[in-house]
Design a binder for this molecule. Structure first.
Ligand code: F6R
Length: 239
């Protein structure tokens, strides 16, 4: 595991962007596993401006997102489909048919999970980008999710609902369930890029790097052969 500590969020975003750009430059047909949340926003902004100024192309790249809330339409302003559209897809040349996000409105959520797992079998990620929840979740794999789990429906913990309520009018509006890529499917990625920023992540960053433990899903990354962890000084402050 390679750990990089940056001065601040801007530097973290720059380094993270450089890793993604290298993967896409080396392989224009790369499969990128991407995340939502506030952490990757700076990275996505740099991808958009690089595409505009340097013409880095995503035309043949496949994007497979980590997760989606159950019950939000694609055009709901808090759905992850909407987030990706607004914060990345709309300003790069990625082909819509190569962009994949679980459908949280599917009639059968079980079938949707199976469809997504099958997609991940045939499209293994060259790079998987991850943020982390204050309770150690990666994607929406909450504490105690088995490390061999596949895409599944998960019930969000109170900690996650509270953390994500900052994007909604109040905690009651946060969906209680989500579809999430499973731990096994995250760990299948050739390369993992893990980002954490800010004081609120310092405790969990310390915990995940101590030892592999099922109550801290992010600690499973200690088992992966190619992980780059990029932290800012605040999230690295307890190391
Ligand atoms: C989002 C996701 C989540 C977030 C995590 C951190 O697709 O999978 O695991 O990465 O909740 O969110 P932020 O970046 O908002 O702190």
């Amino acid at each position: 595991m390679k750990i990089i500590v940056t001065k601040n969020y801007d530097e973290l975003s720059q380094k993270s962007f450089e890793v993604i750009k290298q993967v896409v430059t080396e392989n224009p047909f790369a499969v990128l596993g991407l995340a939502t949340g506030s952490t990757p926003l700076g990275t996505y902004a740099l991808m958009q401006s690089d595409h505009k100024h340097n013409k880095t192309s995503y035309k043949n790249v496949t994007i497979i997102n980590l997760d989606e809330y159950v019950g939000l339409r694609k055009n709901h302003c808090q759905s992850y489909a909407y987030f990706m559209q607004e914060n990345l897809f709309c300003n790069i040349d990625v082909d819509e048919k190569n962009c994949h996000i679980p459908n949280g409105m599917a009639e059968s959520l079980q079938n949707e999970c199976e469809r997504y797992s099958a997609l991940l079998q045939t499209h293994k990620q060259d790079l998987q980008l991850l943020g982390v929840g204050p309770n150690g979740h990666i994607a929406f794999n909450e504490p105690n999710t088995p490390f061999d789990s596949l895409t599944h429906v998960t019930t969000l913990t109170q900690s996650t609902i509270l953390a994500n309520s900052r994007f909604f009018n109040n905690p009651n509006e946060v969906p209680k369930q989500a579809l999430t890529m499973g731990m096994k499917e995250i760990l299948q990625a050739k390369k993992i890029l893990f980002l954490a920023t800010g004081k609120s992540k310092a405790q969990i960053v310390k915990k995940m790097l101590e030892k592999v433990s099922i109550d801290c899903p992010a600690s499973a990354l200690l088992l992966h052969p190619d992980v780059t962890v990029i932290l800012d000084e605040e999230s690295a402050s307890l190391l």
